[in-house]
Each structure stands twice: as C-alpha cells, then as structure tokens.
Design a binder for this molecule. Structure first.
Ligand SMILES: Cc1cc2nc3c(=O)[nH]c(=O)nc-3n(C[C@H](O)[C@H](O)[C@H](O)COP(=O)(O)OP(=O)(O)OC[C@H]3O[C@@H](n4cnc5c(N)ncnc54)[C@H](O)[C@@H]3O)c2cc1C
Length: 424
C-alpha cells in the first residue's frame, strides 16, 4: 500500500497539464500520475496538433486564449522546443454570406488585426491559387496554428517530475471511497497493488465513463471515433506555407453514375449519398506530405483501447477536399502511398464544452471531455483543474466547464443559445 496527497489517473495531455500546474503553480510534490500505458499514447497521439482561439462559445475563446498564452510562455522559456507556429486557419466557403462559426469575434473591432475576411473569387484566387473557382469567401484567423503536442507534454512532464511528481505505469482497476479520500486498486508491474490518496483527478480520456462508474457516478459524455490521415503530395498540390484550411460548407460528395448505382444497391453504403458536415480540414505536413481530417462520424461508440483503419475514409475525405482544392481530384482514385491513418475518440458532452473541476464526491476532480480541442486547451484545462483543487482564484470561464453546470438553468440557457458547438 502506498499513499499520496493527489493521484491523477491518465497521463494524456490533460493529466500531464494538471500535474504540471499542481507542481509549477501550486508547488505540490506528493502527486502521483498514473497511466496504464506510455504517456500520451492514446488520444493525444492522434491529435492533429492544431490550435485556435476562435470559437462560437465565448467561454471556449477565453479558455483557449489562456491555454495559448501558457503555451507561448512555455515556448519562450524552452527555446521553442515544441515548435509552436502561428500558421493561421483559413475557413473557406462557396457562399459569400455564410457565417463561419457564427461568433461575436467576427464583429469585435478588437479583433480587426487578427481576422482577415476576403470576399469574391478573384481576390481569393490572386493569393490562394490552389482553391477552386467556386470559393467566394475566405476568413483567416491569425491567432491559430500548430505545435508538437508530444514535445509540449514531454516538457510539462519534465517540469512536473523535476518538482517531485512521480509517474507510475499502472492501470486503475477499481476505486473505493474511504474516510480520508480514495483507495485505487492498481494493475501493472509495481511491487504494490493499491494507492491511498486524499484527492483524485480523473483524466482518462475516452475511459471517463468507466472510471466515474467505479464510484457510482454518471456523466453525460459520449465518445465518437474520428480520424485523420497523412499521404505524400508528389504533385505538389498543397503549398508548404498553406494555412490549416477548413471547408466551412456542408456538402454532397461527387460520385460517378456507376458509383452511385453501386452505392444505391447496398443499403449499408446509402449514407455516402447523404449530406456531409462542414469542417473538412487539410494542411501541409513536413516537407512532402499532407494531413487531412474530417469529423463526419456522428455515431457514439463504446471506447476500445485498440482501433483499426477505415479503408473508405481517405477516399471519402479526398473527394470532399477536391471540392475546394480541385487539384486533389487526381489523388481520389489513386491516392499516393503510404497512407498513414490515425483514429481516436472525440470524448465530448452534448454542448461540446469540457468537464473541468470538482465531481460530486469530496476530493474528486476531473479534466475530461476535451473532444477535438484537448491538445490546444490542455494547459488552460490543467490549470483550471489545479485552481479548483487548491482553492486558487477561478477565472470567469470556470462555471461553464463545471461538471455540475447542468443544475444551473440560467447558465445552461446561455450555453444552449449558441448555435454552433465549434467542432472541427
Ligand atoms: C483524429 C483526432 C484529431 C484531433 N486533432 C486535434 C487538434 O488538432 N487540436 C486539438 O487541440 N485537439 C485535437 N484532438 C483532440 C485531442 O487529441 C484530445 O482532446 C486530447 O488528446 C485528449 O487528451 P486526454 O489527456 O483527455 O486523453 P488521452 O490522451 O486519451 O489520455 C488519457 C490517458 O488515460 C489513460 N487511462 C485511461 N484509463 C486508464 C486507467 N483505468 N488506468 C490508467 N490509465 C488510464 C490512457 O492510457 C491515456 O494515456 C484530436 C483528436 C482526434 C481523435
């Protein structure tokens, strides 16, 4: 039997950022960070590693801004070890009038220097020649870009361990409430199989329902598998300095008559003829590759530790991408190889806001449901979780992410009035 003041279950980017904040901001050292596997090997390793401070929900803007500020300080202090780049986001649309993620930010004069809006295809083609002639609107966000999440997590982990925090390779198999806190039953190669802790943070990514379930708690969280892939770009379709580019329109895919017939004949594939959501995204990756993702799956599933490739996904996504970057059509039928696919879960609440703060048992906290934005929001989320745990000053956005927010009808009415959930 071992004991700790604080145990954190999950060394994904959320658990690591919480450990880092507890160590660096609050000087806590009797903290144990537990993971069944290698740190950051689950959802975090699947991240597209993009960041933005542009959100339909003002609370998300505030959280990601704080997170980006914390990342910027870490980047400056570490001589840019995780390669944080403000390479921008370009939202493109075939409609001059489409509201791109309806948000007060577009109207806010304070953002004038950070948001560029170009209307009309002639102006857009003059600078973004790779975009199709159907594109009529481009909105660029400057406070956005990409970074290396594994390097960021390794840096925060190093700071936390230097401050005395321990990282253990152990699975949490069961949790019991005790008079002083919690007793965790552990699996793995440790010489002991349980840990008593006064405070417990649950940051287990897609396994949050399983972990809270050990304590009889239910949360409104679902996990939905999403994918991305990397392929070579032998025909240099995508300029190396192209911002992360997102198609802001829903669309129907373009199928030949023969393909349509085959699809119609098989009821399992009928969905390919339905409308696909906005949000397909593409960016250059390294010197010769491109990375594409499209969170069109909307079906929750029970999370699994292992995932497999979906052989239709690259073809579907390349078809969708050729709608706004026509030269990609040449890759639709013969995609360049190797195709490297990544699959992980967007673990999310219905309104797509995370759960950060105290749960219903004293001493129990969570930093979870970070959906498709957990790597960009991790530093802010970890700090907020640590603020709750240590009784620190809470930022104005704290109540919006409180796991018990559903009991506050006024707050929920405000949250629910925002139409878009900001998912990409
Ligand atoms: C395809 C894809 C693209 C994405 N792109 C972006 C992006 O561009 N930008 C962005 O900001 N976010 C992106 N995300 C989202 C981001 O990756 C996640 O929100 C984030 O990684 C979640 O981190 P986490 O620490 O909560 O979970 P995880 O990384 O899943 O970490 C949870 C950890 O808990 C451990 N664990 C679970 N159960 C137990 C247990 N019982 N005992 C011990 N350990 C346990 C696991 O082993 C794991 O290491 C993307 C996600 C996907 C799937």
């Amino acid at each position: 039997m071992k004991s700790a003041n604080i145990a954190i279950c999950g060394a994904g980017i959320a658990g690591i950022a919480t450990a880092w904040s507890l160590a660096v901001k609050y000087g806590q050292s009797k903290v144990v960070l537990l993971d069944k596997n290698q740190p950051m090997s689950l959802t975090t390793s699947k991240s597209g590693e993009n960041f933005r401070d542009y959100w339909p929900q003002p609370c998300m803007t505030a959280l990601t801004r704080r997170s980006i500020d914390l990342m910027q300080t870490l980047a400056d202090d570490s001589k840019d070890v995780f390669e944080m780049r403000y390479s921008g986001y370009d939202f493109v649309s075939e409609s001059k009038g489409r509201e791109i993620f309806p948000s007060d930010q577009l109207q806010d004069p304070g953002n004038a220097g950070n948001i560029l809006r170009i209307i009309g295809n002639d102006q857009i083609s003059a600078t973004q020649g790779y975009l199709g002639s159907s594109i009529r609107q481009l909105v660029r966000f400057e406070q956005a870009g990409a970074f290396d999440v594994h390097a960021l997590g390794s840096l925060m982990l190093k700071h936390a361990r230097n401050a005395g925090i321990e990282l253990w390779r152990a699975g949490v198999e069961n949790i019991e409430k005790t008079s002083k806190g919690f007793r965790l039953s552990l699996s793995g190669d440790l010489e002991f199989n349980s840990l008593d802790t006064e405070k417990l943070v649950l940051a287990p990514g897609p396994f949050i329902n399983e972990l809270v379930g050990m304590l009889g708690i239910t949360l409104g969280v679902e996990s939905i598998m999403q994918r991305k892939f990397i392929i070579p770009d032998p025909k240099d379709v995508i300029p190396r300095d192209m911002p992360f580019t997102i198609f802001a329109d829903p669309q129907y895919l373009d199928w030949s008559d023969e393909e349509q017939e085959l699809i119609t004949a098989d009821p399992d594939y009928g969905w390919l003829l339905e409308e696909f959501p906005a949000g397909l995204h593409i960016k250059p990756e390294g010197a010769h590759n491109i990375k594409l993702g499209w969170a069109y799956n909307r079906e929750p599933s029970v999370p699994q530790w292992e995932t497999s490739d979906d052989f239709d996904f690259p073809n579907i996504t390349l078809r969708g991408a050729s709608r706004f970057i026509p030269a990609l059509t040449q890759y639709v039928h013969e995609p360049p190889t190797p195709i490297v696919q990544f699959a992980g879960y967007y673990t999310r609440t219905r309104e797509n806001l995370p759960l950060i703060g105290p749960l219903e048992l004293a001493g129990l906290f969570t930093a979870s449901a970070l959906s498709g934005y957990g790597t960009m929001a991790a530093c802010g989320a970890g700090e907020l979780c640590a603020d709750w745990m240590m009784g620190g000053d809470l930022p104005q956005y704290a109540p919006y992410f409180h796991p018990d927010r559903y009991a506050d009808a006024t707050l929920m009415a405000e949250i629910n009035q925002v139409e878009s959930d900001g998912q990409l």
